[in-house]
Design a binder for this molecule. Structure first.
Ligand SMILES: Nc1ncnc2c1ncn2[C@@H]1O[C@H](COP(=O)(O)OP(=O)(O)OP(=O)(O)O)[C@@H](O)[C@H]1O
Ligand SMILES: Cc1ncc(CO)c(N)n1
Length: 277
């Protein structure tokens, strides 16, 4: 038998809730064969990040070559990248091997507030990886940094989405986890239409790694050949179920529950997909 092949290029979260660990668990649950290229090792738990140990750019390049020259991928994502040299290496390897579709999760800051991307790397992101991305998945603060503007109304977020496409990405989801209100609404734009994917906001502190899990779910669905809007819809369902059944691990912001998607059907009906202009 064959399985769709998905690669994550990201950092390790020793606590298992975010990063490579979240990505591989998500790939597995969605039926993709997961592979990884590690960019950094973090010493991290539900309370915070106590150490960051970056890989060399050479180590990242070799991992990507090893996977791409032999096994190949049907879709790939990037997460925590840490520095400009690694970012440029990843972009070069993606171009060299001609691989895609690519989902770029522009990870900048952990939920605990720790910076995961050096400040000078923020600008490099828009120049190196965004032009290669089929989809970029910023949370609200990351989207505001990318466009250098507050996105505190829907009209501004739509304008921000248009500007992110001007930077070269083919599509964007501005995630709404950081918004106030009773729904968690994500704004999708592909240059043609705006779609809002909404779910009821779940009142929990266990949201560590939601962004990693969401972008990994999109990547797994793309690896299966799904179209982008359907992949985003499934990712929204996946993350909603994973947040809805917290594992209550650790003393801080605990991980989501990747196990829930295939075993817990409850929140399925509550995702809405709305088209707007
Ligand atoms: N409390 C919540 N209830 C329901 N959905 C949520 C909640 N928090 C986040 N989400 C959803 O989870 C997904 C990830 O969004 P979020 O904005 O939290 O990402 P993030 O900040 O990048 O996450 P992280 O940095 O922890 O990896 C989005 O689909 C968002 O709407
Ligand atoms: C390794 C890693 N990647 C991404 C995030 C963002 O949630 C995190 N906390 N840790």
């Amino acid at each position: 038998m064959t399985l769709p092949r998905a690669l994550t290029i990201a950092g390790s979260d020793s606590g298992g809730g975010a990063g490579i660990q979240a990505d591989l668990k998500t790939f597995q649950e969605l039926g993709a064969f997961g592979m990884s290229a590690l960019t950094a090792v973090t010493a991290q738990n539900t309370q915070g990040v106590s150490g960051i140990y970056e890989m060399t750019a050479e180590a990242v390049a070799r991992q990507m070559d090893a996977v791409l020259e032999d096994i190949g991928v049907d879709a790939l994502k990037t997460g925590m990248i840490a520095n400009v040299e690694i970012m440029e290496t990843i972009a070069e390897k993606i171009r060299q091997h001609g691989v895609g579709p690519l989902v770029v999760d522009p990870v900048m800051v952990a939920k605990s507030g720790h910076s995961l991307l050096e400040k000078d790397a923020r600008k490099a992101l828009t120049q190196t990886l965004l032009p290669l991305a089929l989809l970029v998945t910023p949370n609200l603060p990351e989207a505001e940094i990318l466009v250098n503007q507050q996105l505190d109304t829907e009209a501004k977020r739509k304008d921000g989405a248009r500007r992110i496409l001007d930077m070269g990405a083919s599509a964007v989801v501005i995630k709404g986890g950081h918004l106030e209100g009773e729904t968690a609404s994500d704004l999708f734009y592909d240059g043609e239409s705006f779609l809002t994917f909404s779910a009821p906001r779940i009142h929990t502190r266990h949201t560590h790694g939601t962004g990693c899990t969401f972008s990994a779910a999109v990547t797994a669905e793309l690896a299966k050949g799904r179209n982008l809007a359907d992949a985003v819809y499934t990712a929204k369902k996946f993350i909603t179920r994973a947040i809805a059944r917290p594992l209550e691990l650790g003393k801080g912001h605990g991980p989501t529950n990747h196990w829930a998607y295939n075993r817990d059907r409850d929140p399925e009906g509550v995702i809405t997909r709305t088209l707007s202009t």
